[in-house]
Design a protein around this ligand. Structure first.
Ligand code: 13P
Length: 341
Protein backbone atom coordinates (compact mmCIF):
# COMPACT_ATOMS: atom_id res chain seq x y z
CA UNK A 1 0.00 0.00 0.00
CA UNK A 2 1.43 3.36 -1.07
CA UNK A 3 -0.01 6.02 1.24
CA UNK A 4 1.02 8.97 -0.90
CA UNK A 5 -0.56 7.60 -4.11
CA UNK A 6 -3.79 6.89 -2.23
CA UNK A 7 -3.92 10.26 -0.45
CA UNK A 8 -2.98 12.21 -3.61
CA UNK A 9 -5.68 10.50 -5.66
CA UNK A 10 -8.33 10.97 -2.97
CA UNK A 11 -7.47 14.66 -2.52
CA UNK A 12 -7.43 15.27 -6.29
CA UNK A 13 -10.90 13.75 -6.63
CA UNK A 14 -12.35 16.48 -4.41
CA UNK A 15 -10.12 19.39 -5.49
CA UNK A 16 -11.50 22.71 -6.82
CA UNK A 17 -15.19 21.87 -6.43
CA UNK A 18 -14.89 18.93 -8.79
CA UNK A 19 -16.89 15.74 -8.27
CA UNK A 20 -17.63 12.33 -9.68
CA UNK A 21 -19.94 11.16 -12.45
CA UNK A 22 -21.41 7.79 -11.48
CA UNK A 23 -21.87 6.09 -14.87
CA UNK A 24 -21.60 2.54 -13.52
CA UNK A 25 -25.20 1.44 -13.94
CA UNK A 26 -25.34 -2.33 -14.27
CA UNK A 27 -26.84 -3.74 -17.48
CA UNK A 28 -30.33 -4.21 -15.92
CA UNK A 29 -30.25 -0.70 -14.38
CA UNK A 30 -29.20 1.10 -17.57
CA UNK A 31 -31.92 -0.83 -19.41
CA UNK A 32 -34.46 0.69 -17.00
CA UNK A 33 -33.04 4.18 -17.73
CA UNK A 34 -33.19 3.54 -21.50
CA UNK A 35 -36.75 2.17 -21.18
CA UNK A 36 -37.76 5.54 -19.69
CA UNK A 37 -36.77 7.27 -22.97
CA UNK A 38 -38.00 4.40 -25.20
CA UNK A 39 -34.46 3.62 -26.35
CA UNK A 40 -33.15 0.13 -26.95
CA UNK A 41 -30.41 -1.04 -24.58
CA UNK A 42 -27.72 -2.92 -26.54
CA UNK A 43 -23.96 -3.11 -26.19
CA UNK A 44 -23.63 -0.54 -28.97
CA UNK A 45 -26.31 1.89 -27.70
CA UNK A 46 -24.78 1.81 -24.22
CA UNK A 47 -21.36 2.50 -25.79
CA UNK A 48 -22.80 5.45 -27.71
CA UNK A 49 -24.51 6.92 -24.65
CA UNK A 50 -21.43 6.67 -22.43
CA UNK A 51 -19.33 8.08 -25.29
CA UNK A 52 -21.64 11.10 -25.44
CA UNK A 53 -21.08 11.78 -21.73
CA UNK A 54 -17.32 11.14 -21.68
CA UNK A 55 -16.48 13.16 -24.81
CA UNK A 56 -18.40 16.24 -23.59
CA UNK A 57 -16.03 19.14 -24.15
CA UNK A 58 -14.61 20.58 -20.95
CA UNK A 59 -16.08 17.87 -18.73
CA UNK A 60 -12.68 17.78 -17.03
CA UNK A 61 -13.31 21.29 -15.67
CA UNK A 62 -16.06 19.96 -13.41
CA UNK A 63 -15.64 16.19 -13.20
CA UNK A 64 -12.60 14.63 -11.51
CA UNK A 65 -13.61 10.98 -11.80
CA UNK A 66 -16.03 8.69 -13.62
CA UNK A 67 -17.22 5.39 -12.17
CA UNK A 68 -17.42 2.79 -14.93
CA UNK A 69 -19.11 -0.60 -15.10
CA UNK A 70 -17.28 -3.79 -16.10
CA UNK A 71 -18.62 -3.57 -19.67
CA UNK A 72 -17.82 0.15 -19.98
CA UNK A 73 -14.20 0.03 -18.79
CA UNK A 74 -13.55 -2.32 -21.76
CA UNK A 75 -15.29 -0.06 -24.31
CA UNK A 76 -13.81 2.67 -26.52
CA UNK A 77 -14.82 5.99 -28.05
CA UNK A 78 -17.10 5.67 -31.06
CA UNK A 79 -15.22 7.91 -33.49
CA UNK A 80 -11.57 6.91 -32.92
CA UNK A 81 -11.68 3.76 -30.76
CA UNK A 82 -9.74 5.21 -27.82
CA UNK A 83 -10.30 2.98 -24.76
CA UNK A 84 -12.54 4.86 -22.32
CA UNK A 85 -10.00 4.78 -19.46
CA UNK A 86 -7.41 6.46 -21.76
CA UNK A 87 -9.92 8.96 -23.11
CA UNK A 88 -10.85 10.02 -19.55
CA UNK A 89 -7.24 10.14 -18.34
CA UNK A 90 -6.32 12.38 -21.29
CA UNK A 91 -8.96 14.83 -20.05
CA UNK A 92 -7.52 14.78 -16.52
CA UNK A 93 -10.38 12.59 -15.25
CA UNK A 94 -9.68 9.52 -13.11
CA UNK A 95 -11.27 6.30 -14.39
CA UNK A 96 -13.00 4.36 -11.59
CA UNK A 97 -14.76 1.00 -11.47
CA UNK A 98 -17.74 -0.50 -9.67
CA UNK A 99 -16.44 -3.74 -8.16
CA UNK A 100 -19.36 -4.96 -6.07
CA UNK A 101 -21.64 -7.61 -7.55
CA UNK A 102 -24.86 -6.06 -6.30
CA UNK A 103 -27.01 -6.12 -3.16
CA UNK A 104 -28.72 -9.49 -2.59
CA UNK A 105 -31.22 -10.67 0.07
CA UNK A 106 -29.52 -11.15 3.46
CA UNK A 107 -30.25 -14.74 4.48
CA UNK A 108 -32.44 -14.90 7.58
CA UNK A 109 -33.23 -11.17 7.60
CA UNK A 110 -36.43 -10.30 5.77
CA UNK A 111 -36.33 -7.24 3.49
CA UNK A 112 -32.64 -6.59 4.15
CA UNK A 113 -29.72 -6.73 1.73
CA UNK A 114 -26.06 -7.64 1.77
CA UNK A 115 -23.67 -6.63 -0.99
CA UNK A 116 -21.77 -9.48 -2.65
CA UNK A 117 -18.46 -9.53 -4.51
CA UNK A 118 -15.59 -10.18 -2.08
CA UNK A 119 -14.63 -13.60 -3.46
CA UNK A 120 -11.95 -13.16 -6.12
CA UNK A 121 -11.88 -9.40 -5.59
CA UNK A 122 -8.09 -9.22 -5.25
CA UNK A 123 -7.68 -10.69 -8.76
CA UNK A 124 -10.40 -8.52 -10.26
CA UNK A 125 -8.77 -5.40 -8.79
CA UNK A 126 -5.45 -6.38 -10.39
CA UNK A 127 -7.17 -6.67 -13.77
CA UNK A 128 -9.01 -3.35 -13.37
CA UNK A 129 -5.76 -1.68 -12.37
CA UNK A 130 -4.20 -2.93 -15.62
CA UNK A 131 -7.18 -1.49 -17.48
CA UNK A 132 -6.47 1.92 -15.88
CA UNK A 133 -8.74 2.14 -12.81
CA UNK A 134 -7.48 4.54 -10.15
CA UNK A 135 -10.41 4.22 -7.79
CA UNK A 136 -13.26 1.80 -7.10
CA UNK A 137 -16.77 1.74 -5.71
CA UNK A 138 -18.71 -0.65 -3.46
CA UNK A 139 -22.31 0.15 -2.57
CA UNK A 140 -23.88 -1.23 0.60
CA UNK A 141 -27.63 -0.76 1.05
CA UNK A 142 -29.43 -0.12 4.35
CA UNK A 143 -33.21 -0.17 4.22
CA UNK A 144 -35.46 1.63 6.72
CA UNK A 145 -38.80 -0.07 7.45
CA UNK A 146 -40.77 -1.81 10.17
CA UNK A 147 -38.19 -3.07 12.71
CA UNK A 148 -35.34 -2.60 10.23
CA UNK A 149 -32.48 -2.01 9.80
CA UNK A 150 -31.27 -4.76 12.11
CA UNK A 151 -27.94 -4.42 13.88
CA UNK A 152 -26.82 -7.51 11.93
CA UNK A 153 -27.53 -5.91 8.56
CA UNK A 154 -25.59 -2.78 9.48
CA UNK A 155 -22.69 -4.79 10.84
CA UNK A 156 -22.27 -7.29 7.97
CA UNK A 157 -22.47 -4.54 5.36
CA UNK A 158 -19.91 -2.43 7.23
CA UNK A 159 -17.64 -5.44 7.56
CA UNK A 160 -17.81 -6.13 3.81
CA UNK A 161 -17.18 -2.45 2.99
CA UNK A 162 -14.03 -2.50 5.10
CA UNK A 163 -12.79 -5.77 3.58
CA UNK A 164 -13.30 -4.28 0.11
CA UNK A 165 -11.58 -1.01 1.11
CA UNK A 166 -8.54 -2.84 2.50
CA UNK A 167 -8.18 -4.90 -0.70
CA UNK A 168 -8.41 -1.77 -2.86
CA UNK A 169 -5.74 0.00 -0.87
CA UNK A 170 -3.45 -3.02 -1.07
CA UNK A 171 -3.59 -2.42 -4.87
CA UNK A 172 -3.15 1.40 -4.51
CA UNK A 173 -6.73 1.91 -5.70
CA UNK A 174 -8.77 4.49 -3.75
CA UNK A 175 -11.93 2.88 -2.38
CA UNK A 176 -15.15 4.82 -2.50
CA UNK A 177 -16.97 3.61 0.58
CA UNK A 178 -20.69 3.83 -0.10
CA UNK A 179 -23.11 2.95 2.69
CA UNK A 180 -26.47 4.08 1.27
CA UNK A 181 -29.41 4.46 3.63
CA UNK A 182 -32.28 4.36 1.13
CA UNK A 183 -34.78 7.22 0.91
CA UNK A 184 -37.58 4.84 -0.08
CA UNK A 185 -40.53 4.64 2.34
CA UNK A 186 -42.28 7.21 4.51
CA UNK A 187 -39.87 7.73 7.41
CA UNK A 188 -39.07 11.23 8.61
CA UNK A 189 -35.77 13.11 8.55
CA UNK A 190 -35.04 12.29 12.22
CA UNK A 191 -35.23 8.56 11.49
CA UNK A 192 -32.89 9.01 8.52
CA UNK A 193 -30.51 10.89 10.82
CA UNK A 194 -30.51 8.16 13.51
CA UNK A 195 -30.04 5.28 11.07
CA UNK A 196 -27.32 7.08 9.09
CA UNK A 197 -25.49 8.07 12.27
CA UNK A 198 -25.51 4.47 13.55
CA UNK A 199 -24.50 3.10 10.12
CA UNK A 200 -21.55 5.48 9.78
CA UNK A 201 -20.44 4.80 13.36
CA UNK A 202 -20.21 1.06 12.58
CA UNK A 203 -18.63 1.62 9.14
CA UNK A 204 -15.80 3.74 10.57
CA UNK A 205 -15.25 1.30 13.43
CA UNK A 206 -14.83 -1.50 10.85
CA UNK A 207 -12.56 0.60 8.62
CA UNK A 208 -10.44 1.36 11.66
CA UNK A 209 -10.34 -2.25 12.92
CA UNK A 210 -9.32 -3.52 9.47
CA UNK A 211 -6.48 -1.01 9.11
CA UNK A 212 -7.94 1.06 6.30
CA UNK A 213 -5.95 4.25 5.64
CA UNK A 214 -8.60 6.94 6.09
CA UNK A 215 -6.63 9.63 4.25
CA UNK A 216 -6.93 7.44 1.15
CA UNK A 217 -10.69 6.85 0.92
CA UNK A 218 -13.69 8.83 -0.30
CA UNK A 219 -16.98 8.43 1.56
CA UNK A 220 -20.10 8.29 -0.60
CA UNK A 221 -23.15 8.56 1.66
CA UNK A 222 -26.79 9.56 1.43
CA UNK A 223 -27.86 13.00 2.63
CA UNK A 224 -30.10 13.27 5.70
CA UNK A 225 -33.56 13.59 4.14
CA UNK A 226 -37.23 12.83 4.69
CA UNK A 227 -38.16 9.69 2.75
CA UNK A 228 -39.80 10.04 -0.66
CA UNK A 229 -43.30 9.24 0.71
CA UNK A 230 -42.98 11.14 3.99
CA UNK A 231 -45.82 13.68 4.48
CA UNK A 232 -43.40 16.31 5.78
CA UNK A 233 -40.64 17.18 3.34
CA UNK A 234 -37.78 19.08 4.99
CA UNK A 235 -36.52 22.41 3.69
CA UNK A 236 -33.20 22.68 1.86
CA UNK A 237 -31.71 24.43 4.92
CA UNK A 238 -32.91 21.69 7.32
CA UNK A 239 -31.44 18.97 5.11
CA UNK A 240 -28.12 20.82 4.92
CA UNK A 241 -28.01 21.42 8.68
CA UNK A 242 -28.91 17.84 9.62
CA UNK A 243 -26.50 16.31 7.12
CA UNK A 244 -23.52 18.36 8.26
CA UNK A 245 -24.37 17.69 11.93
CA UNK A 246 -24.57 13.94 11.32
CA UNK A 247 -21.23 13.81 9.50
CA UNK A 248 -19.42 16.03 12.02
CA UNK A 249 -20.38 13.42 14.63
CA UNK A 250 -19.32 10.36 12.68
CA UNK A 251 -16.76 11.04 9.92
CA UNK A 252 -13.12 11.45 11.04
CA UNK A 253 -11.32 14.60 9.91
CA UNK A 254 -8.68 12.39 8.23
CA UNK A 255 -11.14 11.58 5.41
CA UNK A 256 -10.39 13.97 2.49
CA UNK A 257 -13.82 14.09 0.98
CA UNK A 258 -17.47 13.19 1.14
CA UNK A 259 -19.07 12.80 -2.30
CA UNK A 260 -22.81 12.38 -1.95
CA UNK A 261 -25.00 10.06 -3.98
CA UNK A 262 -28.25 11.58 -5.26
CA UNK A 263 -30.37 8.55 -4.40
CA UNK A 264 -33.61 9.55 -6.14
CA UNK A 265 -33.65 13.30 -5.40
CA UNK A 266 -34.48 15.56 -8.35
CA UNK A 267 -31.40 16.95 -10.04
CA UNK A 268 -32.05 20.54 -8.97
CA UNK A 269 -32.71 19.59 -5.34
CA UNK A 270 -29.50 17.53 -5.22
CA UNK A 271 -27.61 20.64 -6.36
CA UNK A 272 -29.43 22.93 -3.90
CA UNK A 273 -28.72 20.61 -0.96
CA UNK A 274 -25.01 20.36 -1.75
CA UNK A 275 -24.74 24.12 -2.15
CA UNK A 276 -26.57 24.83 1.14
CA UNK A 277 -24.18 22.53 3.03
CA UNK A 278 -21.15 24.27 1.59
CA UNK A 279 -22.62 27.69 2.41
CA UNK A 280 -23.34 26.71 6.02
CA UNK A 281 -19.79 26.30 7.14
CA UNK A 282 -16.59 26.96 5.26
CA UNK A 283 -14.48 25.36 7.99
CA UNK A 284 -15.47 21.73 7.60
CA UNK A 285 -12.71 19.12 8.02
CA UNK A 286 -13.50 17.43 4.69
CA UNK A 287 -14.59 18.60 1.22
CA UNK A 288 -18.27 18.09 0.43
CA UNK A 289 -18.88 17.25 -3.22
CA UNK A 290 -20.95 15.02 -5.50
CA UNK A 291 -20.85 11.53 -6.96
CA UNK A 292 -24.20 11.67 -8.67
CA UNK A 293 -25.67 9.18 -11.10
CA UNK A 294 -29.26 10.13 -11.79
CA UNK A 295 -28.88 13.79 -10.74
CA UNK A 296 -26.12 14.29 -13.34
CA UNK A 297 -27.66 12.19 -16.09
CA UNK A 298 -31.45 12.61 -15.98
CA UNK A 299 -31.63 15.74 -18.17
CA UNK A 300 -28.89 14.48 -20.54
CA UNK A 301 -30.66 11.16 -21.01
CA UNK A 302 -33.90 12.94 -21.84
CA UNK A 303 -32.27 15.43 -24.23
CA UNK A 304 -30.49 12.57 -26.04
CA UNK A 305 -33.48 10.20 -26.16
CA UNK A 306 -31.42 7.59 -27.99
CA UNK A 307 -31.03 9.69 -31.18
CA UNK A 308 -27.72 10.55 -32.85
CA UNK A 309 -28.96 13.98 -33.88
CA UNK A 310 -29.42 14.87 -30.19
CA UNK A 311 -25.84 14.13 -29.12
CA UNK A 312 -24.94 17.76 -28.65
CA UNK A 313 -28.13 18.52 -26.75
CA UNK A 314 -27.32 15.59 -24.45
CA UNK A 315 -23.80 16.87 -23.86
CA UNK A 316 -25.06 20.39 -23.17
CA UNK A 317 -27.54 19.10 -20.60
CA UNK A 318 -24.86 17.00 -18.91
CA UNK A 319 -22.33 19.85 -18.84
CA UNK A 320 -24.92 22.21 -17.39
CA UNK A 321 -25.55 19.91 -14.38
CA UNK A 322 -21.83 19.19 -13.99
CA UNK A 323 -21.05 22.92 -13.94
CA UNK A 324 -23.84 23.74 -11.47
CA UNK A 325 -22.84 20.92 -9.12
CA UNK A 326 -19.26 22.14 -9.26
CA UNK A 327 -20.51 25.60 -8.23
CA UNK A 328 -22.53 23.94 -5.42
CA UNK A 329 -19.45 22.10 -4.17
CA UNK A 330 -17.87 25.54 -3.73
CA UNK A 331 -21.03 27.01 -2.17
CA UNK A 332 -21.35 29.38 -5.14
CA UNK A 333 -24.55 28.12 -6.77
CA UNK A 334 -27.73 30.19 -6.96
CA UNK A 335 -31.14 29.30 -8.37
CA UNK A 336 -30.73 32.00 -11.07
CA UNK A 337 -27.89 30.03 -12.58
CA UNK A 338 -30.41 27.40 -13.72
CA UNK A 339 -31.64 29.86 -16.37
CA UNK A 340 -28.36 31.54 -17.20
CA UNK A 341 -26.54 28.51 -18.56
P1 13P B 1 -27.45 8.07 -7.76
O1 13P B 1 -26.80 9.43 -7.64
O2 13P B 1 -28.39 7.95 -8.91
O3 13P B 1 -28.03 7.62 -6.43
O4 13P B 1 -26.29 7.05 -8.12
C1 13P B 1 -25.11 7.10 -7.44
C2 13P B 1 -24.54 5.74 -7.33
O5 13P B 1 -23.46 5.49 -7.83
C3 13P B 1 -25.28 4.72 -6.59
O6 13P B 1 -24.41 3.66 -6.28
Amino acid sequence: MNHSILADTAHSIVADGKGILAADESTPTIKKRFDSIQAESSESSRNKYRDMLFTSPEAGNYISGVILYDETIRQSSVSDRIPFPDLLSDKGIFPGIKVDMGAKPLAGFKNELITEGLDGLRNRLAEYKDLGAKFAKWRAVITIGEDIPSATCMYVNAHALARYAALCQEADIVPIVEPEVLMNGDHDIDTCFEVTEETLKIVFQELYDQGVFLEGIILKPNMILSALDCDVQSSVEDVAQATVECFLRTVPAAVPGICFLSGGQSDILATQHLNAMNQLNSNLPWKLSFSYGRALQASALKAWSGKDENLQAGQNAFLKRAKLNCAAALGKYSDDMENEI
